[in-house]
Design a protein. Structure first.
Length: 267
């Protein structure tokens, strides 16, 4: 069963849960402390935020929800009945993974949510026919010989981190997690264009080694796994990316910030 937390009144959350197909357990969070309590008690498969219920605090609710969720694999969905295009465009800048315009029929609503969820179990129908070791080696051999980090989808990044954490138990190597974030210099929200994110992605590619891993984790962020790097090395790489990006980006209203943490050994 998939677990969804709905930021809404009890009645509103109940109506939403009745609109989706079976196979979901829905919990209502009427305020942010309750939302945090539910997330910490059990990581949900998705968080749905009623835009009209959150009202003027919608942007803060989305940002605070992203902050407390343990992984970018957990999608944040804004559900809204808003028809105003300007307001919809504003919502797109808040950082949610999807915006669903309500009302929707049960089939479309369920399909929209399921398309965002990470598969939790393998479907036997997806398993291929028996193959030999030569075919296996061909599948796992990387064909890309270009320089730069190994780029993965954000849904795979957390799994790779878990694998690396386990490997750290048997080695003395250091691994740093680096989060690069693009923001506007002013207080007003600023849309990060795809072209600007492409510039950042290229800067990351140019400054990292082939053994590093990167992933675009939101509309304005890239997360990086720096293998065999200490704190000083991590800051050195981050500043190199910042310098490379600014040398190519002509938008003076943008600021590239970064946070760095060591990936701790699994305990």
């Amino acid at each position: 069963m998939r677990h969804i937390i709905i930021f809404d009144s009890q009645d509103g959350a109940h109506r939403f849960s009745m609109a989706i197909a079976d196979g979901f357990i829905c919990s209502a969070a009427e305020n942010e402390p309750e939302l945090k309590r539910l997330v910490l008690s059990k990581t949900p498969d998705a968080v749905v935020i009623n835009a009209e219920y959150a009202s003027d605090g919608l942007c803060d609710v989305v940002k605070n929800t992203r902050r407390i969720l343990p992984s970018y694999d957990v999608p944040i969905i804004i559900a809204t009945a808003e028809n105003d295009c300007e307001r919809q465009s504003e919502m797109c800048r808040f950082g949610a993974d999807e915006i669903i315009h309500m009302p929707l029929c049960s089939e479309l609503l369920t399909k929209s949510i399921c398309s965002l969820l990470t598969d939790s179990s393998a479907d036997i129908s997806d398993i291929p026919e028996v193959f030999g070791v030569d075919e296996l080696m061909d599948m796992v051999t990387e064909k890309n010989t270009e320089r730069g980090a190994y780029i993965v989808k954000k849904n795979h990044f957390a799994s790779i981190c878990h694998f690396v954490e386990r490997g750290l138990e048997r080695s003395r190597k250091n691994v740093q997690v680096l989060l690069m974030t693009l923001r506007g210099n002013s207080d007003s929200p600023k849309t990060i264009e795809n072209g600007t994110m492409n510039l950042l992605s290229e800067a990351v590619k140019m400054c990292l080694r082939r053994g590093d891993i990167s992933s675009v984790c939101s509309k304005n962020q890239i997360v990086i796994l720096l293998m065999d790097a200490d704190d000083d090395g991590g800051h050195l790489v981050a500043n190199r990316i910042v310098s490379n990006f600014y040398s190519e980006c002509e938008d003076s209203d943008l600021e590239l910030q970064y946070d760095i943490r060591e990936l701790c050994r699994a305990g």
